[in-house]
Unconditional design. Sequence first.
Length: 303
Amino acid sequence: MSDGSAPRSHRDDTLPNTPQANDQAALGLSSRGCSSGALSATSSEGSPFNHAWLNRVKAELGVDLMGVLAVEPNSHPDFIQGVKTFLPKARAAIILMNELASETMNLVMHPAKYAGKLKTGALLAPHVDEVHSELDLANMQLAKLLKREGYRSIALPRRLPMRAADMKFPLSFCHIAEAAGMGTVGTHTLIITPEFGTRVRLACLLTEAPIPTTKRHDPVDDCTHCLDCVKVCPVGAISSPGPGLRYEVDAARCKFYRDYVDNCGLCQKACSFATRHSETVGPPLTARADSFGLQEYLNKAAD
Ligand code: SF4
Ligand code: SF4
């Protein structure tokens, strides 16, 4: 199967089900503060990299969400080690996110339900690739922008090489995003954001710029723990987490299924419904503040 199935790169980017990945303190998760509020940079007084800077850069890059996890002396050792592998003097990891379209996500169905009908879920893979292309471009532009300001920066690729010693990925983009207050890693091990639920893709940049960690204001768990993702997985790759664990996912089983049998994306679709982030089932969409004014034009034309 194509490598564009919805959860793939998240899962590939995510440390699999290890005790450390389940540890709240992993990758600095103890600093997590989750809420539905906007992100703000912490300890940014006097820093040029404040909330306004983040918002301006986000708008200029055209990405949907942006968060930062600073590299601190007390950061989780795995995070420090992973960061230093790619940029030894990095002082911050920046996560960029773009939304996946719910219109496309909702075309995904359980293989048995197609029953000879058009396999509409096949639209997800190319859509994921397109969203990643946008993110990669924004990530490279951000690296250039920061380098022009005098800070070495590296836009990391979508898939990092695995460490041969333990067959783990050196950095988990989802966990960095969680520690940057952008959402919660759910039972399916994907990030769930307040804005788009789990319908997002991620890119990560490391920089020597001293950008402070972003945080949300009120602690909220974005995972409803409904276990719909567990129930929907056609190969039983997601288990109900045991005592003391946040998630138990057989990443190899999922990967095998997605690579050789089906694009899948079912757990991401189920989660979109469970967390009410499926626009298709919500109320009609309304024009956003940053729309180009079509509705206003139509209203005037009707007067
Ligand atoms: S539903 Fe199961 S096989 Fe499909 S992407 Fe999710 S974990 Fe993988
Ligand atoms: S489907 Fe339910 S349990 Fe699974 S990640 Fe989403 S909210 Fe959590």
